[in-house]
Design a binder for this molecule. Sequence first.
Ligand SMILES: Nc1ncnc2c1ncn2[C@@H]1O[C@H](COP(=O)(O)OP(=O)(O)OP(=O)(O)O)[C@@H](O)[C@H]1O
Ligand SMILES: [Mg+2]
Length: 506
Amino acid sequence: MVKKSSQQRDLFESERSFRLLVEGVADYALYMLDPNGIITSWNIGGERIKGYSPQEILGEHFSRFYTETDRTNGKPARALGIAREQGRYEEEGWRVRKDGTFFWASVVIDPIYEDGKLVGFAKITRDITERRETQLKLEAMQTQLAESQKFDALGQLTGGVAHDFNNLLMIISGSLHILRKAAPDDSKFQRAILAIDTATRRGAALTGQLLTFARRQSVNPQPIRFGDRVEAIREVLHAGVGSAVRLAFEIERDLWPVKADVSELETGLLNLVINARDAMPNGGTVTIGAHNTVLNDPLHSGEYVAITVADTGLGIPSDVVDKIFEPFFTTKPVGKGTGLGLSQVHGFAHQAGGTVKVASELGKGTTFTILLPRETATAPVEALEVGPVRGSGTVLLVEDNPDVALVSIGLLEQLGYRVHRVSDAESALREIENTGVDLVFSDIVMPGKMDGLGLAHRLRQIRPNLPVLLATGYSEAAADVRGDFPILRKPYEIHELSEAISKLPR
Ligand SMILES: Nc1ncnc2c1ncn2[C@@H]1O[C@H](COP(=O)(O)OP(=O)(O)OP(=O)(O)O)[C@@H](O)[C@H]1O
Ligand SMILES: [Mg+2]
Protein backbone atom coordinates (compact mmCIF):
# COMPACT_ATOMS: atom_id res chain seq x y z
CA MET A 1 0.00 0.00 0.00
CA VAL A 2 1.38 3.39 -0.92
CA LYS A 3 0.48 5.74 1.89
CA LYS A 4 1.87 9.18 1.94
CA SER A 5 2.17 11.67 4.69
CA SER A 6 2.46 15.28 3.60
CA GLN A 7 6.08 15.18 4.57
CA GLN A 8 6.64 12.29 2.21
CA ARG A 9 4.81 14.15 -0.50
CA ASP A 10 7.09 17.12 -0.09
CA LEU A 11 10.00 14.79 -0.45
CA PHE A 12 8.43 13.23 -3.53
CA GLU A 13 7.86 16.56 -5.17
CA SER A 14 11.28 17.84 -4.40
CA GLU A 15 12.84 14.73 -5.86
CA ARG A 16 12.92 15.97 -9.41
CA SER A 17 15.32 13.24 -10.36
CA PHE A 18 12.86 10.64 -9.18
CA ARG A 19 10.16 12.09 -11.38
CA LEU A 20 12.50 12.06 -14.32
CA LEU A 21 13.14 8.42 -13.62
CA VAL A 22 9.47 7.56 -13.58
CA GLU A 23 8.85 9.53 -16.72
CA GLY A 24 11.79 7.94 -18.42
CA VAL A 25 10.97 4.31 -17.65
CA ALA A 26 10.13 2.87 -21.02
CA ASP A 27 9.29 -0.73 -20.15
CA TYR A 28 6.51 0.07 -17.69
CA ALA A 29 3.48 2.30 -18.08
CA LEU A 30 3.58 4.21 -14.76
CA TYR A 31 0.79 6.69 -14.22
CA MET A 32 -1.61 8.12 -11.68
CA LEU A 33 -5.39 8.13 -11.56
CA ASP A 34 -7.61 10.39 -9.53
CA PRO A 35 -10.11 8.65 -7.16
CA ASN A 36 -12.58 8.36 -10.06
CA GLY A 37 -10.15 6.78 -12.48
CA ILE A 38 -9.24 9.86 -14.52
CA ILE A 39 -5.63 9.80 -15.72
CA THR A 40 -3.55 12.56 -14.12
CA SER A 41 0.02 11.65 -15.11
CA TRP A 42 1.64 9.68 -17.92
CA ASN A 43 5.13 8.41 -18.65
CA ILE A 44 7.08 7.42 -21.74
CA GLY A 45 6.43 3.72 -20.99
CA GLY A 46 2.69 4.39 -21.18
CA GLU A 47 3.17 6.09 -24.51
CA ARG A 48 5.33 3.28 -25.83
CA ILE A 49 3.08 0.44 -24.65
CA LYS A 50 -0.35 1.93 -25.24
CA GLY A 51 0.40 4.39 -28.02
CA TYR A 52 -1.12 7.58 -26.53
CA SER A 53 0.84 10.84 -26.06
CA PRO A 54 0.32 12.66 -22.73
CA GLN A 55 -1.79 15.35 -24.50
CA GLU A 56 -4.16 12.70 -25.80
CA ILE A 57 -4.63 10.77 -22.61
CA LEU A 58 -4.40 13.13 -19.64
CA GLY A 59 -7.90 13.81 -18.34
CA GLU A 60 -9.35 10.64 -19.93
CA HIS A 61 -10.84 7.74 -17.98
CA PHE A 62 -8.52 4.72 -17.68
CA SER A 63 -11.30 2.32 -18.70
CA ARG A 64 -10.46 3.02 -22.33
CA PHE A 65 -7.52 0.62 -21.98
CA TYR A 66 -9.92 -2.23 -21.29
CA THR A 67 -11.63 -4.42 -23.86
CA GLU A 68 -15.22 -3.73 -24.83
CA THR A 69 -16.43 -6.79 -22.90
CA ASP A 70 -14.48 -5.87 -19.76
CA ARG A 71 -15.92 -2.37 -19.89
CA THR A 72 -19.48 -3.66 -20.31
CA ASN A 73 -18.93 -5.98 -17.35
CA GLY A 74 -17.76 -3.09 -15.16
CA LYS A 75 -14.26 -4.46 -14.70
CA PRO A 76 -12.41 -1.09 -14.45
CA ALA A 77 -14.59 0.15 -11.56
CA ARG A 78 -14.29 -3.23 -9.87
CA ALA A 79 -10.48 -3.05 -10.08
CA LEU A 80 -10.45 0.32 -8.32
CA GLY A 81 -12.89 -1.02 -5.70
CA ILE A 82 -10.65 -3.99 -4.95
CA ALA A 83 -7.54 -1.77 -4.77
CA ARG A 84 -9.35 0.45 -2.26
CA GLU A 85 -10.71 -2.39 -0.14
CA GLN A 86 -7.75 -4.74 -0.17
CA GLY A 87 -4.93 -2.22 -0.51
CA ARG A 88 -3.84 -3.57 -3.90
CA TYR A 89 -5.21 -4.90 -7.16
CA GLU A 90 -3.15 -7.23 -9.31
CA GLU A 91 -4.13 -8.92 -12.53
CA GLU A 92 -3.04 -10.28 -15.88
CA GLY A 93 -5.37 -9.76 -18.78
CA TRP A 94 -6.02 -8.35 -22.23
CA ARG A 95 -5.75 -4.60 -22.75
CA VAL A 96 -6.23 -2.51 -25.86
CA ARG A 97 -3.73 -0.17 -27.48
CA LYS A 98 -4.63 3.07 -29.21
CA ASP A 99 -4.52 1.36 -32.60
CA GLY A 100 -7.05 -1.23 -31.40
CA THR A 101 -4.57 -4.13 -31.10
CA PHE A 102 -4.61 -6.25 -27.95
CA PHE A 103 -1.72 -6.97 -25.63
CA TRP A 104 -1.45 -9.20 -22.57
CA ALA A 105 -0.84 -6.92 -19.59
CA SER A 106 0.40 -7.38 -16.08
CA VAL A 107 -1.41 -4.72 -14.05
CA VAL A 108 -0.92 -3.44 -10.50
CA ILE A 109 -3.10 -0.73 -8.94
CA ASP A 110 -2.20 0.77 -5.56
CA PRO A 111 -4.43 3.29 -3.76
CA ILE A 112 -2.69 6.47 -2.59
CA TYR A 113 -3.78 8.08 0.66
CA GLU A 114 -3.00 11.50 2.00
CA ASP A 115 -3.82 12.14 5.64
CA GLY A 116 -6.00 9.05 5.59
CA LYS A 117 -7.95 10.25 2.56
CA LEU A 118 -7.87 8.56 -0.83
CA VAL A 119 -6.31 10.92 -3.34
CA GLY A 120 -5.96 8.57 -6.25
CA PHE A 121 -4.25 5.43 -7.57
CA ALA A 122 -0.80 4.53 -8.81
CA LYS A 123 -1.00 2.26 -11.78
CA ILE A 124 1.74 0.08 -13.21
CA THR A 125 1.18 -1.81 -16.46
CA ARG A 126 3.61 -4.06 -18.27
CA ASP A 127 3.25 -5.59 -21.72
CA ILE A 128 3.98 -9.30 -21.17
CA THR A 129 2.48 -10.63 -24.39
CA GLU A 130 5.74 -12.26 -25.44
CA ARG A 131 6.37 -13.77 -22.05
CA ARG A 132 2.86 -15.17 -22.04
CA GLU A 133 3.24 -16.68 -25.48
CA THR A 134 6.49 -18.33 -24.46
CA GLN A 135 4.82 -19.59 -21.31
CA LEU A 136 1.89 -21.02 -23.27
CA LYS A 137 4.22 -22.69 -25.75
CA LEU A 138 6.22 -24.16 -22.89
CA GLU A 139 3.09 -25.48 -21.22
CA ALA A 140 1.89 -27.03 -24.46
CA MET A 141 5.25 -28.74 -24.90
CA GLN A 142 5.24 -29.96 -21.32
CA THR A 143 1.78 -31.43 -21.79
CA GLN A 144 2.92 -33.12 -24.97
CA LEU A 145 6.00 -34.48 -23.25
CA ALA A 146 4.02 -35.79 -20.29
CA GLU A 147 1.60 -37.38 -22.72
CA SER A 148 4.34 -39.09 -24.68
CA GLN A 149 6.08 -40.25 -21.49
CA LYS A 150 2.81 -41.74 -20.32
CA PHE A 151 2.41 -43.60 -23.59
CA ASP A 152 6.04 -44.73 -23.51
CA ALA A 153 5.63 -46.18 -20.02
CA LEU A 154 2.40 -47.93 -20.99
CA GLY A 155 4.14 -49.14 -24.14
CA GLN A 156 7.01 -50.69 -22.19
CA LEU A 157 4.59 -52.62 -20.06
CA THR A 158 2.21 -53.81 -22.74
CA GLY A 159 5.04 -54.52 -25.18
CA GLY A 160 6.79 -56.83 -22.74
CA VAL A 161 3.69 -58.83 -21.94
CA ALA A 162 2.58 -59.05 -25.54
CA HIS A 163 5.98 -60.27 -26.68
CA ASP A 164 5.89 -63.27 -24.38
CA PHE A 165 2.34 -63.99 -25.41
CA ASN A 166 3.27 -63.94 -29.02
CA ASN A 167 5.84 -66.66 -28.65
CA LEU A 168 3.27 -68.81 -26.85
CA LEU A 169 0.73 -68.22 -29.59
CA MET A 170 3.30 -69.07 -32.21
CA ILE A 171 3.80 -72.44 -30.56
CA ILE A 172 0.07 -73.09 -30.22
CA SER A 173 -0.85 -72.11 -33.76
CA GLY A 174 2.11 -73.90 -35.29
CA SER A 175 1.52 -77.11 -33.39
CA LEU A 176 -2.14 -76.94 -34.28
CA HIS A 177 -1.23 -77.26 -37.91
CA ILE A 178 0.52 -80.52 -37.21
CA LEU A 179 -2.34 -81.78 -34.98
CA ARG A 180 -4.92 -81.01 -37.62
CA LYS A 181 -3.17 -83.24 -40.12
CA ALA A 182 -2.73 -86.07 -37.65
CA ALA A 183 -6.10 -85.90 -35.89
CA PRO A 184 -8.81 -88.36 -36.98
CA ASP A 185 -11.65 -86.97 -39.06
CA ASP A 186 -13.83 -87.50 -36.03
CA SER A 187 -15.82 -84.27 -35.82
CA LYS A 188 -15.19 -84.01 -32.07
CA PHE A 189 -11.43 -83.65 -32.62
CA GLN A 190 -11.76 -81.36 -35.59
CA ARG A 191 -14.23 -79.15 -33.70
CA ALA A 192 -11.84 -78.87 -30.76
CA ILE A 193 -9.01 -77.99 -33.10
CA LEU A 194 -11.18 -75.39 -34.79
CA ALA A 195 -12.04 -73.85 -31.41
CA ILE A 196 -8.37 -73.64 -30.45
CA ASP A 197 -7.60 -72.16 -33.85
CA THR A 198 -10.27 -69.47 -33.50
CA ALA A 199 -9.14 -68.56 -30.00
CA THR A 200 -5.52 -68.42 -31.13
CA ARG A 201 -6.36 -66.08 -33.98
CA ARG A 202 -8.25 -63.82 -31.62
CA GLY A 203 -5.30 -63.92 -29.23
CA ALA A 204 -2.93 -63.09 -32.06
CA ALA A 205 -5.10 -60.17 -33.15
CA LEU A 206 -5.17 -58.78 -29.61
CA THR A 207 -1.43 -59.12 -29.03
CA GLY A 208 -0.92 -57.59 -32.45
CA GLN A 209 -2.86 -54.51 -31.38
CA LEU A 210 -0.92 -54.33 -28.14
CA LEU A 211 2.38 -54.56 -29.98
CA THR A 212 1.29 -51.87 -32.41
CA PHE A 213 0.41 -49.64 -29.49
CA ALA A 214 3.83 -50.29 -27.96
CA ARG A 215 5.31 -49.57 -31.42
CA ARG A 216 7.07 -52.89 -31.21
CA GLN A 217 5.18 -54.56 -33.93
CA SER A 218 7.67 -55.38 -36.63
CA VAL A 219 6.42 -53.58 -39.65
CA ASN A 220 6.87 -53.78 -43.37
CA PRO A 221 6.29 -50.21 -44.43
CA GLN A 222 5.78 -49.78 -48.13
CA PRO A 223 4.63 -46.98 -50.38
CA ILE A 224 0.86 -47.15 -50.73
CA ARG A 225 -1.99 -45.24 -52.20
CA PHE A 226 -4.72 -44.89 -49.62
CA GLY A 227 -7.49 -44.98 -52.22
CA ASP A 228 -6.32 -48.39 -53.45
CA ARG A 229 -6.23 -49.78 -49.92
CA VAL A 230 -9.77 -48.61 -49.23
CA GLU A 231 -10.89 -50.20 -52.49
CA ALA A 232 -9.23 -53.46 -51.46
CA ILE A 233 -11.08 -53.70 -48.15
CA ARG A 234 -14.34 -52.04 -49.15
CA GLU A 235 -16.29 -55.25 -48.49
CA VAL A 236 -14.76 -55.65 -45.05
CA LEU A 237 -15.56 -52.04 -44.19
CA HIS A 238 -19.18 -52.47 -45.29
CA ALA A 239 -19.45 -55.62 -43.21
CA GLY A 240 -17.87 -53.70 -40.31
CA VAL A 241 -20.48 -50.94 -40.22
CA GLY A 242 -23.44 -53.25 -40.69
CA SER A 243 -26.68 -52.41 -42.47
CA ALA A 244 -28.03 -49.66 -40.18
CA VAL A 245 -25.13 -47.36 -40.94
CA ARG A 246 -24.32 -45.69 -44.25
CA LEU A 247 -20.72 -45.66 -45.42
CA ALA A 248 -19.58 -42.69 -47.50
CA PHE A 249 -16.24 -41.88 -49.11
CA GLU A 250 -14.59 -38.52 -49.72
CA ILE A 251 -11.16 -39.35 -51.00
CA GLU A 252 -9.27 -36.65 -52.86
CA ARG A 253 -8.29 -37.64 -56.37
CA ASP A 254 -4.63 -36.68 -56.45
CA LEU A 255 -3.81 -38.00 -53.02
CA TRP A 256 -0.09 -38.25 -52.28
CA PRO A 257 1.24 -41.73 -51.55
CA VAL A 258 2.20 -42.56 -47.97
CA LYS A 259 4.57 -45.14 -46.54
CA ALA A 260 3.00 -47.46 -44.03
CA ASP A 261 2.44 -51.05 -43.12
CA VAL A 262 -0.52 -52.16 -45.20
CA SER A 263 -2.13 -54.53 -42.75
CA GLU A 264 -1.67 -52.12 -39.83
CA LEU A 265 -3.32 -49.37 -41.87
CA GLU A 266 -6.24 -51.64 -42.74
CA THR A 267 -6.63 -52.80 -39.15
CA GLY A 268 -6.55 -49.20 -37.93
CA LEU A 269 -9.15 -48.10 -40.43
CA LEU A 270 -11.40 -50.98 -39.49
CA ASN A 271 -10.99 -50.17 -35.78
CA LEU A 272 -12.10 -46.60 -36.42
CA VAL A 273 -15.04 -47.65 -38.55
CA ILE A 274 -16.25 -50.15 -35.95
CA ASN A 275 -15.97 -47.51 -33.21
CA ALA A 276 -18.01 -45.16 -35.38
CA ARG A 277 -20.66 -47.83 -35.85
CA ASP A 278 -20.81 -48.43 -32.07
CA ALA A 279 -21.28 -44.70 -31.52
CA MET A 280 -24.39 -44.71 -33.73
CA PRO A 281 -26.85 -47.17 -32.17
CA ASN A 282 -29.68 -45.52 -34.10
CA GLY A 283 -27.88 -45.46 -37.41
CA GLY A 284 -26.11 -42.64 -39.18
CA THR A 285 -23.26 -42.09 -41.59
CA VAL A 286 -19.57 -42.92 -41.41
CA THR A 287 -17.48 -40.93 -43.84
CA ILE A 288 -14.01 -42.10 -44.73
CA GLY A 289 -12.09 -39.21 -46.18
CA ALA A 290 -8.56 -38.41 -47.24
CA HIS A 291 -6.89 -35.21 -48.38
CA ASN A 292 -3.43 -33.74 -48.80
CA THR A 293 -2.40 -31.18 -46.21
CA VAL A 294 0.64 -29.13 -45.23
CA LEU A 295 1.26 -29.04 -41.49
CA ASN A 296 3.12 -26.45 -39.56
CA ASP A 297 3.32 -27.52 -35.94
CA PRO A 298 6.57 -28.11 -34.07
CA LEU A 299 6.36 -31.90 -34.02
CA HIS A 300 4.79 -32.46 -37.41
CA SER A 301 5.52 -30.10 -40.20
CA GLY A 302 5.58 -30.62 -43.93
CA GLU A 303 3.45 -32.55 -46.37
CA TYR A 304 1.00 -35.04 -44.91
CA VAL A 305 -1.96 -37.08 -45.98
CA ALA A 306 -4.91 -36.68 -43.60
CA ILE A 307 -7.12 -39.75 -43.35
CA THR A 308 -10.38 -39.02 -41.60
CA VAL A 309 -13.12 -41.22 -40.22
CA ALA A 310 -16.13 -39.14 -39.24
CA ASP A 311 -19.36 -40.32 -37.66
CA THR A 312 -22.66 -38.66 -36.81
CA GLY A 313 -22.89 -40.43 -33.47
CA LEU A 314 -23.00 -39.74 -29.75
CA GLY A 315 -19.70 -37.90 -29.46
CA ILE A 316 -17.14 -38.29 -26.69
CA PRO A 317 -17.55 -36.55 -23.31
CA SER A 318 -14.65 -34.22 -22.48
CA ASP A 319 -13.66 -36.17 -19.36
CA VAL A 320 -13.31 -39.33 -21.46
CA VAL A 321 -11.53 -38.00 -24.51
CA ASP A 322 -8.11 -37.78 -22.82
CA LYS A 323 -8.10 -41.50 -22.09
CA ILE A 324 -9.41 -43.07 -25.27
CA PHE A 325 -5.98 -43.94 -26.73
CA GLU A 326 -4.84 -45.75 -23.59
CA PRO A 327 -4.73 -49.52 -23.86
CA PHE A 328 -7.70 -51.24 -22.21
CA PHE A 329 -9.66 -48.03 -21.83
CA THR A 330 -13.20 -48.77 -22.89
CA THR A 331 -16.67 -47.51 -22.06
CA LYS A 332 -18.28 -50.54 -23.66
CA PRO A 333 -19.85 -53.37 -21.67
CA VAL A 334 -17.77 -56.44 -20.82
CA GLY A 335 -17.38 -58.63 -23.87
CA LYS A 336 -18.16 -55.76 -26.23
CA GLY A 337 -14.90 -53.86 -26.21
CA THR A 338 -11.36 -54.55 -25.11
CA GLY A 339 -10.16 -50.97 -25.32
CA LEU A 340 -7.39 -51.77 -27.76
CA GLY A 341 -8.76 -50.41 -31.04
CA LEU A 342 -7.59 -46.83 -30.64
CA SER A 343 -4.34 -47.95 -29.00
CA GLN A 344 -3.55 -49.79 -32.20
CA VAL A 345 -4.43 -46.72 -34.26
CA HIS A 346 -2.23 -44.53 -32.05
CA GLY A 347 0.73 -46.88 -32.26
CA PHE A 348 0.35 -47.38 -36.00
CA ALA A 349 0.18 -43.66 -36.77
CA HIS A 350 3.22 -42.85 -34.64
CA GLN A 351 5.28 -45.73 -35.95
CA ALA A 352 4.56 -44.54 -39.47
CA GLY A 353 6.01 -41.14 -38.52
CA GLY A 354 2.65 -39.45 -38.13
CA THR A 355 0.04 -38.91 -35.47
CA VAL A 356 -3.67 -39.21 -34.75
CA LYS A 357 -6.09 -36.52 -33.58
CA VAL A 358 -9.68 -36.48 -32.46
CA ALA A 359 -12.39 -33.84 -32.59
CA SER A 360 -15.76 -34.55 -31.05
CA GLU A 361 -18.98 -32.80 -30.21
CA LEU A 362 -21.53 -34.39 -27.89
CA GLY A 363 -24.64 -35.44 -29.73
CA LYS A 364 -23.15 -34.38 -33.08
CA GLY A 365 -20.38 -36.85 -33.81
CA THR A 366 -16.68 -37.56 -33.81
CA THR A 367 -13.91 -37.25 -36.35
CA PHE A 368 -10.63 -39.11 -36.05
CA THR A 369 -7.77 -37.87 -38.24
CA ILE A 370 -4.71 -39.99 -38.96
CA LEU A 371 -1.87 -37.88 -40.34
CA LEU A 372 0.79 -39.73 -42.32
CA PRO A 373 3.84 -38.13 -43.93
CA ARG A 374 3.87 -37.96 -47.71
CA GLU A 375 6.05 -40.63 -49.29
CA THR A 376 8.48 -38.97 -51.65
CA ALA A 377 10.67 -41.88 -52.75
CA THR A 378 9.91 -43.05 -56.24
CA ALA A 379 9.84 -46.79 -55.47
CA PRO A 380 7.03 -48.64 -57.21
CA VAL A 381 3.80 -48.45 -55.26
CA GLU A 382 2.70 -51.83 -53.91
CA ALA A 383 4.34 -55.06 -54.87
CA LEU A 384 2.32 -57.68 -56.69
CA GLU A 385 0.72 -60.37 -54.57
CA VAL A 386 2.30 -63.76 -55.19
CA GLY A 387 0.41 -66.98 -54.68
CA PRO A 388 1.81 -69.70 -52.35
CA VAL A 389 4.41 -71.87 -54.04
CA ARG A 390 5.81 -75.19 -53.07
CA GLY A 391 9.43 -74.80 -52.11
CA SER A 392 12.53 -76.88 -52.50
CA GLY A 393 16.09 -76.64 -51.25
CA THR A 394 17.69 -76.21 -47.85
CA VAL A 395 16.71 -73.61 -45.32
CA LEU A 396 19.03 -72.65 -42.50
CA LEU A 397 16.79 -71.82 -39.56
CA VAL A 398 18.36 -69.57 -36.90
CA GLU A 399 16.14 -69.65 -33.81
CA ASP A 400 17.10 -69.76 -30.15
CA ASN A 401 13.77 -70.89 -28.70
CA PRO A 402 13.57 -74.69 -29.17
CA ASP A 403 9.76 -74.81 -29.10
CA VAL A 404 9.39 -72.08 -31.70
CA ALA A 405 12.11 -73.81 -33.73
CA LEU A 406 10.15 -77.05 -33.68
CA VAL A 407 7.08 -75.33 -35.06
CA SER A 408 9.02 -73.45 -37.73
CA ILE A 409 10.76 -76.63 -38.84
CA GLY A 410 7.37 -78.31 -39.11
CA LEU A 411 5.99 -75.53 -41.28
CA LEU A 412 9.07 -75.32 -43.50
CA GLU A 413 9.07 -79.06 -44.03
CA GLN A 414 5.41 -78.97 -44.96
CA LEU A 415 6.31 -76.43 -47.58
CA GLY A 416 8.82 -78.85 -49.02
CA TYR A 417 12.11 -77.52 -47.62
CA ARG A 418 14.90 -79.38 -45.91
CA VAL A 419 15.79 -77.63 -42.67
CA HIS A 420 19.01 -77.21 -40.72
CA ARG A 421 18.59 -75.48 -37.43
CA VAL A 422 21.15 -73.54 -35.40
CA SER A 423 20.46 -71.44 -32.33
CA ASP A 424 22.64 -68.36 -32.85
CA ALA A 425 24.20 -66.19 -35.52
CA GLU A 426 27.76 -67.39 -35.00
CA SER A 427 26.80 -71.02 -35.59
CA ALA A 428 24.81 -69.91 -38.61
CA LEU A 429 27.90 -68.36 -40.18
CA ARG A 430 29.86 -71.56 -39.54
CA GLU A 431 27.08 -73.71 -40.98
CA ILE A 432 26.97 -71.66 -44.16
CA GLU A 433 30.69 -72.20 -44.70
CA ASN A 434 30.36 -75.95 -44.35
CA THR A 435 27.07 -76.93 -45.98
CA GLY A 436 25.04 -75.83 -48.92
CA VAL A 437 22.22 -73.50 -47.89
CA ASP A 438 19.68 -71.96 -50.25
CA LEU A 439 17.95 -69.65 -47.83
CA VAL A 440 18.44 -68.28 -44.33
CA PHE A 441 15.44 -67.79 -42.09
CA SER A 442 16.42 -66.07 -38.84
CA ASP A 443 14.82 -64.66 -35.74
CA ILE A 444 15.82 -61.03 -35.10
CA VAL A 445 16.08 -61.03 -31.31
CA MET A 446 18.64 -63.61 -30.22
CA PRO A 447 21.17 -64.02 -27.46
CA GLY A 448 24.86 -63.72 -28.34
CA LYS A 449 26.98 -60.98 -29.84
CA MET A 450 25.18 -60.87 -33.15
CA ASP A 451 21.40 -60.67 -33.58
CA GLY A 452 19.42 -61.61 -36.66
CA LEU A 453 19.85 -58.21 -38.19
CA GLY A 454 23.62 -58.31 -37.71
CA LEU A 455 23.63 -61.73 -39.33
CA ALA A 456 21.62 -60.47 -42.29
CA HIS A 457 24.01 -57.56 -42.85
CA ARG A 458 27.03 -59.85 -42.58
CA LEU A 459 25.51 -62.30 -45.07
CA ARG A 460 24.82 -59.49 -47.48
CA GLN A 461 28.58 -58.81 -47.49
CA ILE A 462 29.90 -62.34 -47.75
CA ARG A 463 27.06 -64.05 -49.65
CA PRO A 464 25.16 -61.30 -51.47
CA ASN A 465 23.09 -63.81 -53.44
CA LEU A 466 21.83 -65.76 -50.46
CA PRO A 467 18.19 -64.83 -49.68
CA VAL A 468 17.57 -63.88 -46.05
CA LEU A 469 14.20 -63.71 -44.32
CA LEU A 470 13.91 -62.29 -40.80
CA ALA A 471 11.18 -63.07 -38.31
CA THR A 472 10.18 -61.32 -35.14
CA GLY A 473 7.24 -60.87 -32.87
CA TYR A 474 8.73 -57.89 -31.20
CA SER A 475 11.63 -55.77 -31.99
CA GLU A 476 12.72 -52.26 -31.58
CA ALA A 477 15.41 -53.26 -34.02
CA ALA A 478 12.65 -53.89 -36.54
CA ALA A 479 12.14 -50.15 -36.77
CA ASP A 480 15.72 -49.75 -38.03
CA VAL A 481 15.34 -52.57 -40.51
CA ARG A 482 12.45 -50.84 -42.27
CA GLY A 483 12.64 -51.83 -45.87
CA ASP A 484 16.21 -53.13 -45.55
CA PHE A 485 15.29 -56.78 -45.18
CA PRO A 486 11.94 -58.51 -45.48
CA ILE A 487 10.48 -59.31 -42.06
CA LEU A 488 7.88 -61.90 -41.21
CA ARG A 489 5.70 -61.16 -38.28
CA LYS A 490 5.13 -63.73 -35.53
CA PRO A 491 2.87 -65.51 -35.10
CA TYR A 492 2.72 -66.42 -38.77
CA GLU A 493 0.78 -69.04 -40.56
CA ILE A 494 1.95 -71.43 -43.20
CA HIS A 495 0.63 -69.41 -46.15
CA GLU A 496 2.26 -66.24 -44.80
CA LEU A 497 5.58 -68.01 -44.47
CA SER A 498 5.28 -69.40 -47.96
CA GLU A 499 4.37 -66.01 -49.37
CA ALA A 500 7.24 -64.26 -47.59
CA ILE A 501 9.73 -66.79 -48.94
CA SER A 502 8.43 -66.57 -52.47
CA LYS A 503 8.75 -62.79 -52.41
CA LEU A 504 12.43 -62.86 -51.42
CA PRO A 505 14.75 -61.26 -53.95
CA ARG A 506 17.00 -63.90 -55.45
N1 LIG B 1 -16.33 -42.72 -32.82
C1 LIG B 1 -16.48 -42.72 -31.48
N2 LIG B 1 -17.54 -42.09 -30.90
C2 LIG B 1 -17.69 -42.08 -29.57
N3 LIG B 1 -16.84 -42.68 -28.70
C3 LIG B 1 -15.77 -43.32 -29.20
C4 LIG B 1 -15.53 -43.38 -30.61
N4 LIG B 1 -14.38 -44.05 -30.81
C5 LIG B 1 -13.94 -44.42 -29.59
N5 LIG B 1 -14.76 -43.98 -28.62
C6 LIG B 1 -14.56 -44.18 -27.16
O1 LIG B 1 -13.22 -44.58 -26.94
C7 LIG B 1 -13.19 -45.82 -26.23
C8 LIG B 1 -11.96 -46.58 -26.62
O2 LIG B 1 -12.04 -47.01 -27.97
P1 LIG B 1 -11.20 -48.27 -28.45
O3 LIG B 1 -11.48 -48.50 -29.88
O4 LIG B 1 -9.79 -48.10 -28.03
O5 LIG B 1 -11.78 -49.44 -27.57
P2 LIG B 1 -13.21 -50.15 -27.68
O6 LIG B 1 -13.87 -49.81 -28.97
O7 LIG B 1 -13.95 -49.84 -26.44
O8 LIG B 1 -12.78 -51.67 -27.68
P3 LIG B 1 -12.08 -52.48 -28.90
O9 LIG B 1 -11.80 -51.49 -30.00
O10 LIG B 1 -10.81 -53.03 -28.32
O11 LIG B 1 -13.05 -53.50 -29.29
C9 LIG B 1 -14.50 -46.48 -26.55
O12 LIG B 1 -14.88 -47.41 -25.56
C10 LIG B 1 -15.45 -45.29 -26.62
O13 LIG B 1 -15.82 -44.87 -25.32
MG1 LIG C 1 -12.83 -49.95 -30.76
